[in-house]
Ligand binder design. Sequence first.
Ligand code: ZN
Length: 365
Amino acid sequence: MAVLDHKGDKLDIRIMKQVPKVIFGRGSFKKLPEVLSDYRSDGYIIFFVDHAHKKTGIVDQIPAEKDDLVFVIDTTSHEPKTDQVDELRDGILKTKKGNLPALIIGIGGGSAMDISKAVSIMLTNEGSSKLYQGWDLVKNAPIRKMGIPTLSGAGTEASRTTVLSAVDKKYGINSDQSMFDIVMMDPDLLDNVPEGQKFFTGMDCFIHGVEASEGSYINTFGSAYAKQSIELCTKVFMKQGGTNDDLMVASFLGGASVTNSEAGVVHAMSYGISLVLGYRHGLANCIVFRQLEEFYPKHVPVFFKMLELNNIKLPDGVTKKVNKEEMAVMTKMTYRMARPLTSALGENWKDILTEEKIASLYAKM
Ligand code: ZN
């Protein structure tokens, strides 16, 4: 029998790391100072918080003490980049004269949480974060970290990936070392999310569930997570009375489902759209997903219904102005996603998703 972790292609036995401590419930964010008191004796704490929370007031509620560092991260212009993470790491080591923190906390959507994950790894691993993009490349144990999602869907809070963009690729640091040690889920924190953003990030979650459950890398664990995640997402976006509590749990389970399976054709193609055209992950997924009914015949019609019920209009013709070189970058990016594509389409995925086929799908978007 093949004994496998995350590296091979015959996945009969899986070793999966889970988030060891989850704090869930409305009002839990107010309890943060109590939670942190367990870690204070080990040193200072670093907070990475999404700049959107200057407006919501969360920045002012961060229980930082005098030695702590608070970074307000601007996530509007781009998703996390390798250079950005390297600079943050270098700056922290310089400011603190090499003294490492007791805990790192990411407060925000996928971007702020991914930055906190990446910095936790890079404070104990040498060189550029570029060196660790890939599967199980992290050598040293990271700094302890905590995720506090204020936007739900990406599943970053439960996943073993830290997605970063470099110049020529958007790729994850896929490693158990990317996983949070603590996740605090307070549905009250979702109250200020604009509807459009809630939809696109929520669809990322729906798509994680779809890709995980339709892929051949799925196992019983992943399937249970995916099924429940899809059900909760459906409750929210098919307007069946779903709440922020439902969405928050859906996101966590969606992240866990991908950890126990793989993404699929949607993610393999949406990374190219984000890399070349700069569309954010959730929206890029939606732009791709609506053209992939041939691969996901059961779910794309449901997605169209969700668009309609939530009054969402997707942009058309986004690839119209893409030139030959840019199309080559997008195609190359898709071809890097061998694992999700193998899970979705089988070992011979290159025969199905030929370069011409990829180009023709992109052209429709
Ligand atoms: Zn995603």
